[in-house]
Ligand binder design. Structure first.
Ligand code: ZN
Length: 336
């Protein structure tokens, strides 16, 4: 299974779909889908996914390095681990997606398009990833469930590394929150409504402690400075080997927490952002600032100050073209 990435990119099926090493057994579940199980009883169930957006390559390189360490026995596996490379055809083509943004489709949020034609490739893949999670987590379990969905952002950011937490009706797991500072993450963003992201799906359907990680700027394969990702790599490795100690107080001291205050939704092709396209994520705007216009609709800052995230006027109408954030206390994440 050392050729996992190459086979995934080439769309090849391995000759053997399961095997074992001295400390673990592995099973290939499909293109870009590999489960590892330690011979010892696991402490938790962990899903690590990358390349849900095909051109976000640095996290793939991180996961492949981790896989190599596990298969060679240089690193101990203390968890049941499911590795997911989200969108292999887009990875091979070096693009974010082929037909639809995969990270908007989970939980059955498939656009109702023309009938009769073949389903878009990303719709087929979203269904496949949903059933792989279902097979990995078939029954309620006493073991903690975690899901880190690894991404890199398109634009620069005042917080180079940050995490997005799905909207969920229960408190966020202390174990999840405590892990972030170890990974060099400095900001958290709590969603205020359900969405079609992979991490929302795993949180909602399987009660997993889930997050979307934004780990830096997207670059092509081989052009990533992996030193930039060393903190995240070490923190993921510690999670996989079960040797990190949860320190929620450190997370409370070090993390800046935001929640989504409003969404800039693209209603029509006339949608225009009102600021420079190079503006960084987490740039603050004062009350009253014009953010975007879309025909008769104007989006303005409503709170004393709101922070911009993921502005992108290029999405298709009906989707969000940006998020606005307001600060909130860390303690809100632990309250039910
Ligand atoms: Zn992404």
């Amino acid at each position: 299974m050392k050729q996992f990435l190459q086979m995934t990119l080439a769309g090849q099926t391995p000759k053997a779909t399961r095997g074992h090493t001295a400390q673990l057994s592995w099973q290939w579940h499909g293109h870009g889908l590999l489960e590892l199980q330690p011979h010892q009883p696991p402490r938790r169930d962990l899903v690590l996914s990358a390349a849900i957006h095909g051109d976000e390559t640095a996290p793939v390189e991180l996961l492949m390095r981790l896989l190599d360490e596990l298969l060679s026995g240089r690193r101990t596996l203390a968890v049941r681990l499911l590795l997911i490379l989200g969108n292999p055809p887009a990875m091979a083509a070096g693009c974010r997606y082929q037909q639809l943004d995969l990270n908007r489709l989970f939980g059955g949020r498939y656009p109702q398009g023309a009938t009769g034609g073949a389903a878009p490739v990303e719709v087929v893949r979203a269904r496949e990833l949903e059933s792989v999670l279902q097979a990995f987590w078939p029954h309620p379990s006493m073991r903690p469930r975690l899901h880190y969905d690894l991404h890199t952002a398109i634009r620069g950011s005042l917080h180079p590394r940050f995490a997005l937490l799905p909207c969920q009706p229960r408190p966020y797991a202390a174990e999840l929150l405590a892990w972030f500072p170890q990974a060099g993450i400095t900001a958290l963003v709590q969603h205020n409504r359900p969405g079609g992201t992979f991490s929302h799906y795993s949180s909602e359907q399987f009660a997993a402690a889930s997050c979307t990680l934004e780990l830096g700027k997207a670059r092509p394969f081989g052009a990533n400075d992996l030193a930039e990702f060393a903190g995240v790599a070490a923190a993921l490795a510690a999670q996989v080997s079960g040797d990190f100690c949860a320190d929620v107080r450190r997370a409370e001291r070090e993390l800046q927490v935001f929640r989504v205050s409003q969404e800039l939704r693209k209603l029509s092709p006339d949608f225009r952002l009102a600021f420079d396209s190079e503006v960084l994520n987490f740039t603050p705007f004062p009350r009253g600032s014009l953010l975007a216009e879309d025909g008769e609709t104007c989006y303005r800052v409503e709170a004393a100050e709101e922070y911009l995230l993921f502005p992108n006027a290029g999405v298709r109408p009906g989707l969000r073209a940006g998020l606005m954030l307001v600060p909130q206390p860390f303690s809100a994440l632990l309250a039910s």
